[in-house]
Design a protein around this ligand. Structure first.
Ligand SMILES: [Zn+2]
Length: 415
């Protein structure tokens, strides 16, 4: 295995498809297409071919003795001014796994995937290609999407040879693969591994999310003439709720990997927004995340009770509107163990952590055993040109990932 070659490939890709401001591989655009063409050249060198599915995902198959398949990959697209490792690391490490086995017929089939439009940076829909392959994409939800220039998604897809109405055919193509494992290496995009000073971590799954808008309705009134006990202050009800939700999250965060939960109030709007008026209306967002579905459900119940209590205390009412939710996607126990063994052999330790961000891997969870491996993010930064991993850490992560691929292939061969 050659981790240095993977890093050299990544640097070459960054030089070809980035500027001083970072990676510019925006999905469905010319630089992204160029990146994929460059990648196709690398695949050609191995005597293998790239096959594009109905959703624009690129697949490379190295047939093994058995049709049982281990899938490796990630995404080549980036956000505008993105990092050099987000997505690209997983694809280039997967390519190295193919290289390691391309000269002989491996015991099981090894298939690489480069998912299309993971970022959703242009049209606002993340995981577009993998969701189509997973059949969780609803075409009606994306049919009308446009980018900031007014270009329609359907036209951008057509430009890339993808027919919107036929994207879900990618699911039928996925089903033809005898998939026994999906393995993705990705940069953490957060500060956890750095805080532990560990180069590589085992990912337990992706957080479930409950995202709501709460609207507290009281009565706007003059700030000078209305005595405090007589007020119906919608902001104070929201503020009490925000503090209570933080307490709920703190209480449900237990020591140990995968047991931390988070909750965020990221938006607060008051009306009438006048320094001399008691706020009559306050709208706030609440985003709760946990890896355990029961914990997440309990956190939501408790948040509802807390909001109700705060509303009563301030003589206002509260309405809830669900904005978005996704269930937690825990990864496969056996693959987590293999991942742990691979990381430990390479780095001496195997910290476990959940993933806050969603990844293409989450879309594969209902369809096959999945695990992800994270590499260290310098300063916890991602989606920016500063995104980086110290080179010795990066090498260790790549080697740990290639070990994981090997271990998984051995395991799948003996199923
Ligand atoms: Zn990514």
């Amino acid at each position: 295995m050659d981790a240095k070659r993977v890093i050299a490939d990544l640097r070459e890709l960054a030089a070809r498809t980035g500027t001083a401001d970072g990676a510019q591989r925006l999905a469905w655009g010319p630089v992204w297409r160029e990146a994929r063409e460059w990648f196709r050249g690398k695949v050609d060198e191995l005597g293998l071919t790239v096959r594009r599915d109905a959703a624009g995902n690129d697949w490379v198959t190295l047939p093994g003795v058995s049709t049982r398949t281990v899938i490796v990959g990630s995404h080549l697209d980036s956000v505008p001014n993105g990092g050099w490792l987000d997505g690209a690391l997983g694809v280039m490490a997967a390519l190295e796994a193919l290289r390691m086995h391309a000269s002989s017929k491996p015991p099981v089939t090894l298939t690489l995937v480069d998912w299309a439009d993971e970022e959703g940076a242009r049209f606002g829909r993340s995981l577009l290609g993998s969701a189509a392959a997973a059949a969780s994409l609803r075409i009606d939800d994306v049919r009308e999407l446009q980018d900031r220039q007014g270009t329609r998604l359907v036209d951008a897809l057509t430009e890339n040879g993808v027919a919107l109405e036929r994207m879900l055919d990618a699911h039928r193509e996925l089903k033809t693969i005898d998939a026994r494992a999906y393995l993705e290496l990705h940069i953490e995009q957060g500060p956890v591994l750095e805080s532990m000073n560990k180069p590589t971590g085992v990912v337990l799954g992706t957080f479930g999310v409950e995202r709501h808008m709460l609207r507290f309705v009281g009565q706007a009134a003059h700030s000078g003439s209305t005595p405090i006990p007589m007020r119906r202050d919608a902001f104070l009800a929201a503020a009490q709720t925000a503090l209570a939700c933080r307490e709920i999250a703190v209480r449900h965060s237990k020591p140990g990997p995968g047991n931390n939960v988070v909750c965020t109030v990221g938006v607060v709007n008051v009306e009438p927004k006048i320094v001399t008026a008691v706020p009559g209306v306050c709208e706030m967002s609440l985003d709760q995340r946990a890896l355990d579905a029961r914990v997440l459900a309990t956190m939501l119940d408790e948040a509802r009770e807390a909001a109700q209590r705060a509303a009563q205390e301030n003589n206002v009412r509260v309405e809830w509107r669900n904005v978005w939710r996704i269930e937690p996607r825990p990864f496969d126990r056996t693959l987590i163990e293999l991942c742990e063994a691979a990381v430990r052999e390479e780095t001496g330790d195997a910290p476990r952590l959940p993933s806050g961000p969603l990844h293409d891997a989450a879309e594969m969870v209902p369809h096959m055993p999945v695990v992800m491996m994270f590499t260290y993010s310098s300063n916890g930064l991602s989606h920016c040109k500063e995104e980086d991993t110290p080179e010795p850490h990066l090498e260790k992560s790549i080697r740990a990932y290639l070990r994981l691929v090997q271990k998984t292939m051995d395991y799948v061969a003996h199923l």
